[in-house]
Write a protein that binds this ligand. Structure first.
Ligand code: SF4
Length: 605
């Protein structure tokens, strides 16, 4: 078999059993891998109406046919489950070494079911799979968890340093254990499957970590053609100025760019510009301030990830990031401009295991509630105006569910409602809005509002590329890019490198060489559309409707940036029509027939 390993590893934590299954050929053909396969399995195997934190939810770690092949920026992995934050099907993508190790162990997918009676961690080393006690890890922050597990694996398998350092570990911090609804899954020294609260799903299963160390291989159908195409892309990476910038700066080139164009979320989205960020318009400034080194995910020649350090004994380790989204949501959007302070907030979220975007949206909401006099200081125990460093205390309280953190751990809608102003939580389907202010570009607002997983920026492309800036094509490209990205997330390709047109072109090329099946950009767009519609059907069965395809009132009614609001009432009907959905956002019978999803639509259309 080429590309895929052809095997699923299924672990039932309630029963304490592990078994392998053949990967169905239909899954490979129609869903590729990663996100597409996860969607299909969740649709078939769980009732979308379940409580996402119950043992009935399933947590899937998924690779794609490109994982571990050496295709550039293509060895990330997908984690998927029903989200306890948005109630939608969700599939954050994570970098590092875990995906390649799972694949080299011989598995395309790892499906985790049930709930362990006691804390455990799973270790996978090729076909040796163990469910290990994790009582001694419970309560540990992410870096300590990884360190302890690496030491245990070293002793158990007598590993050399190479194996130790390239082993993949996915784990949760205290926030996941405490079921904070926006807890994330951390991996390999600070990477994150960040959005939608899957760390809480892992915590609900009493699962502290999963490790993978594989020594197998992935077969490639056309080795010579693949090698040549990869070398050409390496060269393009050296010659192409845009790709060079992504390598040199990662996402650190973006805060200045967003701020200069008045697109940077600031002060709970009341503004699109933060004066204190003007100094970061030259990304070399950020590099000089905090960069320790660059890092790469498995077999990625771009190595865009930045590791940072600050001079503060309370924050002794280096940390991954902060990425642009973190700089915005925990920085400018909370009125925090000092880069070392932003690093402190990033460090805490990574160690405690919380999504920096939704966490930032929670904190900025609390700051506005406080400044407006809706949130009394006695409930906090300290002042919390924008820019106040008491936010570090608040981050710890949220992760530990202490004091006001107990309420905030339940998410922004519940928190805002308790103080009479749910509209001050800047979220979509419960998930915090990402860094780019949607009032700057209507296309962003449409992407955020219609995203199947909630307010996310990585399920379509930013509208800054060829053709995508033209308002006449906003709707067309939003749909097109959502569909392409559904395929790219199934491959699995890195969103940072493969934007817009590159998705179809490169994904079809890599998949064809690797699997020996002929893929075309058009075919992948179609396949992605099918995945997108399947997600829509899952969400509808979970109770999501067209009414949830919206934006916070501030974005729709208060012209805060460039004197504009997002005209969603105009864009949404056009978008639904282009998708072949009715005016309530329900896929039509004809569209489902065209996509061979008629059976799946039964009961919801
Ligand atoms: S571009 Fe960056 S995030 Fe993407 S795979 Fe490479 S190192 Fe990882």
């Amino acid at each position: 078999m080429f590309g895929w390993q052809g095997k699923i590893l299924r672990i039932d934590l309630s029963e304490g059993t592990c078994r392998t299954e053949a990967l169905p050929a239909g899954l490979m053909k129609d869903y590729i891998g990663g996100r597409g396969m996860c969607d299909r399995i969740l649709f078939d195997e769980i009732d979308p109406r379940i409580d996402a934190l119950s043992p009935d939810n399933k947590l899937i770690f998924a690779t794609g046919p490109l994982t571990g092949t050496g295709a550039p920026a293509a060895s990330r992995f997908i984690v998927s489950a029903k989200s306890p934050l948005s109630n939608c099907v969700s599939s954050p993508c994570c970098g590092g070494y875990f995906g390649a190790n799972l694949k080299y162990s011989g598995y395309d997918l790892l499906i985790i079911e049930g709930k362990s009676p006691e804390p455990v961690y799973i270790s996978i080393r090729n076909d040796e799979v163990n469910i290990n006690p994790a009582g001694h890890l419970w309560g540990k922050v992410s870096s300590d968890t990884e360190k302890t597990i690496r030491a245990e694996m070293k002793t158990r398998y007598d590993l050399d340093n190479w194996a130790l350092n390239t082993m993949g570990i996915a784990n949760i911090g205290p926030a996941g254990e405490k079921l904070v609804r926006f807890a994330c899954i951390m991996s390999d020294g600070g990477r994150a499957a960040g959005r939608s609260g899957l760390g809480a799903v892992m915590g609900s299963k009493n699962l502290k970590a999963v490790t993978a160390l594989g020594t197998g291989q992935v077969n490639i159908a056309d080795v010579e053609g693949f090698r040549k195409a990869v070398m050409e892309f390496y060269q393009e990476g050296r010659d192409n100025g845009e790709l060079y910038k992504r390598r040199r700066y990662g996402t650190w080139g973006l805060p200045g760019r967003a701020n200069a164009s008045k697109t940077q979320a600031a002060f709970n989205f009341k503004e699109g510009y933060f004066a204190e960020f003007a100094k970061y318009e030259d990304p070399e400034v950020i590099i000089d301030l905090i960069r320790v080194r660059d890092e790469a995910c498995f077999s990625c020649p771009f190595g865009c990830s930045k590791r940072s350090r600050i001079k503060d004994p309370e924050y002794p380790l280096t940390a991954k990031g902060p990425e642009h989204e973190t700089m915005a949501l925990l920085g400018s959007n909370c009125g925090l401009g000092d880069m070392e302070d932003i690093c402190r907030a990033n460090y805490l979220c990574n160690e405690l295991g919380m999504d920096t975007i939704t966490t930032g949206a929670m904190v900025s909401c609390a700051m506005e509630l406080y400044e407006e006099g809706y949130l009394p200081e006695k409930d906090l125990g300290y002042p919390l105006e924008f820019g106040n460093r008491n936010m570090f205390k608040l981050l710890k309280q949220i992760a530990q569910r202490e004091g006001i953190g107990e309420l905030m751990a339940q998410g922004g809608v519940t928190f805002g409602a308790k103080y009479g102003h749910p509209e001050l939580f800047m979220g979509i389907k419960g998930m915090g809005i990402p860094a780019w202010h949607p009032q700057a570009l209507d296309a962003l607002g449409l992407q955020y509002a219609t995203c199947n997983t909630g307010g996310a920026h990585t399920k379509s492309t930013m509208p800054f590329y060829e053709g995508r800036k033209d308002p006449a094509h906003f709707v067309e490209f939003t749909k097109k890019d959502q569909d392409y990205l559904a395929s790219a997330d199934s491959g699995v390709l890195c969103w940072i490198i493969y934007h817009g047109p590159l998705w179809g072109e490169k994904l079809s090329q890599w998949l064809t060489y690797v699997t020996g099946t002929n893929y075309t950009p058009e075919g992948l767009e179609r396949l992605g559309e099918r995945i997108w519609n399947l997600e829509r059907l899952f969400n509808m069965k979970a109770g999501i409707t067209g009414k949830d395809d919206t934006l916070p009132p501030r974005i729709l009614k208060e012209p805060r940036v460039k004197n504009r609001v997002v005209v969603l009432d105009k864009l949404l009907p056009e978008y639904y029509e282009m998708r072949g959905w009715d005016q309530n956002g329900v896929p039509t019978r004809e569209k489902l027939k065209e996509l061979a999803l008629e059976k799946e639509g039964a009961g919801v259309i």
